[in-house]
Design a protein around this ligand. Structure first.
Ligand code: ADP
Ligand code: MG
Length: 140
């Protein structure tokens, strides 16, 4: 296994509930290290660009409206095997299917408002990290 970096977003439902720190604690407890972080309020246009891969899905408009509703916290997380480890801590996309103790089981409201985003491959992690951060903003 190699040290990897992955992109994490704490979504508007979670920042509205003031559980940013509680979610970061779950990541840190699992061994993921925050090496870059910022809080921003995405425009619907920016959210649309980030989720462009889902543009043809029926929930695209709902998703981009939701992601631009309130601020998000965006992190680069670093660890051995970070992409898969982060997905494990997040839990399944639908919180009804998420294992006990995962972020989505504990904090998410629905399949749409599911508290966190995480890159699904090392290749996409690099693309998503570059979407939000310049190289010199990553300090791990
Ligand atoms: P994940 O975030 O677990 O990688 P996907 O990449 O499949 O899941 O979907 C991206 C995001 O789109 C989800 O996290 C969720 O916010 C939203 N989404 C996925 N499926 C649905 C759905 N059936 N209805 C509404 N929103 C959805
Ligand atoms: Mg995904």
């Amino acid at each position: 296994m190699a040290v990897e970096r992955t992109l994490s977003i704490i979504k508007p439902d979670a920042t509205e509930k003031n559980v940013t720190g509680a979610i970061i604690k779950k990541f840190e407890d699992a061994g993921l290290r925050v090496v870059a972080q910022k809080r921003l309020h995405m425009s619907k246009d920016m959210a649309g660009k980030f989720y462009e891969v889902h543009a043809e899905r029926p929930f695209y408009d709902e998703l981009t409206t939701f992601m631009s509703r309130s601020p998000v916290s965006v992190q680069v997380l670093e660890a051995e095997n970070a992409v898969a480890l982060h997905r494990d801590v997040m839990g399944a996309t639908n919180p009804a299917d998420a294992a006990a103790g995962t972020v989505r089981a504990e904090f998410a409201d629905s399949v749409g408002e599911n508290s966190v985003h995480g890159s699904d491959s090392l290749e996409n992690a690099a693309i998503e990290i570059a979407f939000f951060f310049k190289d010199d903003e990553i300090v791990g």
